[in-house]
Design a protein around this ligand. Sequence first.
Ligand SMILES: C[S@@+](CC[C@H](N)C(=O)[O-])C[C@H]1O[C@@H](n2cnc3c(N)ncnc32)[C@H](O)[C@@H]1O
Length: 270
Amino acid sequence: MLQSAFHKTIDLFFSVSWLRKAYWRFWYPLLTRKLAKEPLFFLNYAYVESPPVELSLEPADEKDRSCIGLYHHVASQADLQGRDVLEVSCGHGGGASYVLRYLKPRKLTGLDLNAAGVELCRKHHSLEGLEFVQGDAENLPFADASLDAVINVEASHCYPHFPKFLAEVARLLRPGGYFLYADFRFKDGLAAWEQAMAASPLKLVRTKYISPEVLRGLDSLSDRSQELVSQLLPRSLHWLGRYFAGTKGSRVYTSLQSGEMVYRSYCFQK
Ligand SMILES: C[S@@+](CC[C@H](N)C(=O)[O-])C[C@H]1O[C@@H](n2cnc3c(N)ncnc32)[C@H](O)[C@@H]1O
């Protein structure tokens, strides 16, 4: 009873677009500051196939295998070798670094709203061909038809005006360019999500329901997430940390199990 009132309050809060943006503007920089000593380079719920895909990683990347799994699943839907690529909402840059090192685009720019996160990316992922900029997914600072692919992983649920973001992606892509995308929605946001994608000028190439793989990903992260919540947040905020981290038994976890929340991946082409 108390729990459902709490979830209703959260849903109501996030339905107000300026509150939603203000919240993410506050939450992610706080997370970056809290994690400054031992940064986490991936902020997603991870993806694990059964049986696992064969993915040969450098030893230093093994600890992030399940989060890399989500990036690999999304970004390998198109051949990025030698291409100009933008990742919108690159977080702490682990995905951008993976894509640059393994999928070999010519140039990869990671963009995020979180200025502290962008600083962290610049400090830890200094690679030729990789750069990071601060910016907003709904107003992207790049020229029309200047990119071969845009990647977006588990972030668009934060954007107050998702159709604006899709319009920006369509504007930036060259003809034939790819939008490689994954995210989730709760059931009550599904129709608007699907309508926005159907109304976009981008052509759907493929989509996959990946809730089962993401649930396995959450299982792989659960101990780490519990530990981080206890370490980083005061006891009074542990419930909030568990909610966003998607630990076992949290609303995100049980909603993915029941189908109340749906996680999908997409490949679109201009
Ligand atoms: C769940 S994290 C995912 C980060 C990264 N893609 C990953 O998988 O590790 C969501 C990210 O979206 C970013 N974000 C939220 N609103 C944004 C906006 N309007 N424009 C750009 N980035 C935004 C946050 O700062 C955060 O880094």
